[in-house]
Design a protein around this ligand. Structure first.
Ligand SMILES: *Cc1c(COP(=O)(O)O)cnc(C)c1O
Length: 377
């Protein structure tokens, strides 16, 4: 039986040729290709971009560059990938788990307001599935409370908000280029901002804090005489990764269109089923990283998943709320009831560039069949 995968990379000959080219040059680390990828991304977003080795690193370095660390607090929705939480705690700061709006799975600003303390320095909104919810509300809230906004836009490469591309505006926006995101560089991530101090700081932070090392490496050199004044990390992006990223960015219009049309197909096939709640999303405005639905009316999501798996269909649950993880389960007051309820309902269906119309039909056929089974009721 052929398995319909939940997600996967889509690599064409252009990426393979680009990697081959870097290998032939025998300069594999951070250099010209990395700089070229940053230039291409800067054109895409219309402002400064720095590439790093993961999206998690992008978030961590952005927080550190804002001076956020030990004894500080950062507001973040509990229902996100653990990367958001780990990036915050890596700086020494405390991630403060907040509720989500169940219709968008983006941070519930009213709930976040109840969790503000004197230590709160930033808010990290997560653009679940590719959509950012009411982002104006987040920015107004941040302004009123003098908070930095570090946007976790790992899911939202290419999406727009009020007709502006995410990453083209706002405080600091972080993207991920890991293997299954909207575009990939193998692993990788980037920081987009207009804040020159943040850019200059992260340039050094990603190279062990070695001052002015970025320019040296772009010209194929290394620093021998230098100073270090702060804790840095080895988080730079290699030429190999950048070469993949450059080709994926060129393919992005085609990639975006495919992901959007698959999501629209799911919407079409799954509408009007009483046990399924679809997310209201405009797929002409956003580029979906995942296609989640909610299984309601007391149907058993986990048994449905097993049924789908037996029929060769991989599904996911994005995500286990972080306040339920041992490392982060500092007792949340007030409790996160909405988050826990919605977590029980979420089901992510297969979505990737190489998925076909008939794959989507098969997934939807088995969902309908599965929902009518007595063990799922
Ligand atoms: C993928 C992801 C990240 C981290 O990106 P990596 O490149 O995998 O480190 C952060 N937040 C969310 C919500 C993600 O899905």
């Amino acid at each position: 039986m052929e398995i319909i995968r939940l997600s996967k990379s889509s690599i064409s000959t252009t990426e393979k040729d680009a990697v081959h080219n870097v290998l032939d040059q025998e300069f594999l680390g951070m250099g010209k290709e990395t700089q070229n990828f940053e230039v291409a991304l800067s054109e895409f977003f219309g402002r400064s971009v720095l590439c790093v080795n993961t999206g998690t690193a992008a978030l961590q370095l952005s927080l550190q560059a804002c001076g956020i660390g030990r004894d500080d607090e950062v507001l973040v929705q509990s229902l996100t990938y653990v990367a958001s939480f780990q990036a915050i705690s890596a700086t020494g700061a405390v991630p403060v788990a907040c509720e989500v709006n169940p219709d968008t799975i983006t941070i519930d600003v009213e709930d976040a307001a109840r969790r503000i303390t004197k230590k709160t320095k930033a808010i990290m909104p997560v653009y679940y599935g590719g959509a950012c919810g009411n982002l104006n509300e987040v920015y107004n809230f941040a302004k009123r409370n003098s908070l930095r906004v570090i946007e976790d836009a790992a899911h939202a490469f290419g999406s727009t908000y009020k007709n502006k591309r995410i990453g083209s505006f706002g405080d600091i926006t972080c993207f991920s280029f890991d293997g299954i995101k909207n575009i990939t560089s193998g692993e990788g991530g980037c920081i987009v901002t207009s804040d020159k101090t943040v850019i200059e700081t992260i340039k050094d932070l990603r190279l062990l804090g070695v001052e002015k090392d970025t320019e040296k490496r772009y010209s194929g050199q290394r620093s021998w005489e230098f100073d270090v004044t702060q804790q840095g990390w080895r988080y730079h992006m290699s030429n190999i990764m950048a070469a993949i990223g450059i080709e994926q960015l060129k393919r992005f219009p085609e990639i975006a269109k495919k992901r959007q049309s698959l999501a629209k197909l799911y919407d079409e096939f799954l509408q009007g089923i009483p046990e399924i709640k679809l997310f209201a999303r405009d797929y002409d405005k956003i580029v979906p990283h995942i296609y989640p639905i909610k299984i309601q009316k007391n149907r058993n999501r986990d048994i449905l998943r097993e049924y789908l798996s037996k029929n060769g269909i991989e599904t996911g649950v994005h995500y286990k709320p972080n306040h339920l993880l041992t490392y982060y389960n500092n007792y949340s007051i007030p409790p996160l009831n909405t988050t826990e309820k919605v977590f029980g309902e979420l089901l992510t269906l297969p979505l990737h560039f190489d998925l076909s119309r008939s794959d989507v039909e098969k997934v939807c056929f088995h969902i309908k069949k599965g929902l009518s089974r007595t063990d799922v009721r």
